[in-house]
Design a protein around this ligand. Structure first.
Ligand SMILES: Cc1cc2nc3c(=O)[nH]c(=O)nc-3n(C[C@H](O)[C@H](O)[C@H](O)COP(=O)(O)OP(=O)(O)OC[C@H]3O[C@@H](n4cnc5c(N)ncnc54)[C@H](O)[C@@H]3O)c2cc1C
Length: 315
């Protein structure tokens, strides 16, 4: 069995898509886990053969207790793989589950497949300079997968599957959640944006970011992003805009990098973009190596012309 779990519905659907490929190669069943209240049928419609609907007295996510729940489910079946989202909760769960099951764990896999009945994973290491290809020699394979790496399978209203209700009692751990505070949001979601205009140190001052916003405004589902110095060093934009290895990983249809040099730590966050357009006055800038299209020029000359051209095209 391949078991899939994330607290986030969208990530679960993405994991099911990858999971269905694995189950085909392994000739196994694909199961999703739902802890708490939600519609379990949606997982069937998106590829699961069955869904474990877990009833628990846990009121909120706690890695210790939730990993016990997953371990309980894993112990029941002859599981080959546990797929978890490489989101905050998944990253807390994966090593705990693997350690409790005395098996291996690979995090942030960018590829996952079966070769000669072995589970093989690939993941980017050294900030994107190398790719580690690893083979599991223990079972089950516990793997985390970053969000937005795989597209969910199309919804199939005709699919049927089994909903298996489980009541799992877990003993409480001594740690307690005393308070949960929502992070203050500035209303920017670069991870879901379809088009991102991203600003780097090539901008002379904070006010000029308006020009990037003006270009972005011409696209549906737009957002303004930035390199780390713009957010972390200069404080010109909040960290919601920050893209890269230590910032957000994005997957837009169009990424426009303006005045960004293209260091590996920035590229690590944008490598899944469909199309990258780079604007830089230095023709030898590294960013051009990762770009599909490049404009060599001063952003203060290029951006107004580009805005004009996009507006003209729209009309
Ligand atoms: C552990 C670690 C994690 C990191 N994580 C991240 C991360 O998540 N995201 C990230 O972005 N960085 C990250 N960095 C920093 C990264 O290494 C770079 O320092 C950073 O990406 C550089 O930002 P930049 O391209 O905006 O600035 P610079 O490297 O200074 O580049 C500015 C570019 O603008 C061009 N330019 C200047 N003026 C103009 C103009 N008028 N018109 C057009 N082009 C112009 C220049 O030619 C240059 O290429 C990390 C570093 C470390 C060590």
């Amino acid at each position: 069995m391949v078991l899939v779990y994330s607290e986030d519905k969208d990530i679960t659907l993405e994991l099911l898509s990858k999971g269905s490929e694995l189950t085909e190669s392994l000739d196994e069943e694909l199961s999703a886990v739902l802890i708490g209240e939600d519609d379990p049928d949606q997982y069937i419609r998106h590829g699961a053969d069955n869904v474990f609907v877990v009833k628990t007295d846990q009121e909120t996510f706690k890695a210790e207790e939730y990993s016990d729940i997953l371990v309980e489910l894993m112990k029941e079946g002859e599981d080959e793989v546990l797929l978890l989202g490489a989101d905050k909760n998944g990253q807390e769960l994966a090593p705990r589950v693997a350690s409790k099951l005395d098996t291996g764990c690979v995090s942030e896999c960018t590829a996952l497949y079966v070769e000669n009945e072995d589970i093989i994973t690939e993941r980017v290491i050294y900030s994107g300079k190398a790719l580690a290809v690893e083979r599991f020699d223990s079972k089950p394979a516990v793997v985390t997968v970053p969000p937005k790496l795989f597209d969910p399978l199309p919804e199939d209203e005709e699919r049927s599957g089994e909903l298996i209700e489980k009541e799992i009692e877990v003993s409480p751990y001594p740690s307690k959640i005393v308070d949960i505070k929502e992070k203050e949001s500035v209303g920017v979601d670069v991870e879901s944006a379809e088009t991102i205009v991203s600003c780097g140190r090539g901008f002379d001052n904070k006010e000029d970011i308006e020009i990037a916003q003006e270009l972005a405004n011409n696209f549906e589902g737009n957002a303004v992003g930035c390199s780390r110095p713009i957010s972390a060093d200069l404080n010109w934009l909040p960290e919601e805009h920050w893209i890269g290895l230590s910032g957000h990983k994005v997957k837009p249809r169009l990424y426009i990098a303006v005045g960004i040099s293209g260091q590996i730590q920035h590229i690590a966050g944008i490598r899944d973009s469909d199309i990258i357009l780079a604007i830089n006055k230095d023709e030898d800038a590294l960013i051009f190596e990762s770009a599909d299209y490049g404009i060599v020029g001063d952003l203060y000359e290029v951006l107004p012309k580009l805005i004009e051209a996009v507006k003209e095209k729209k009309t």
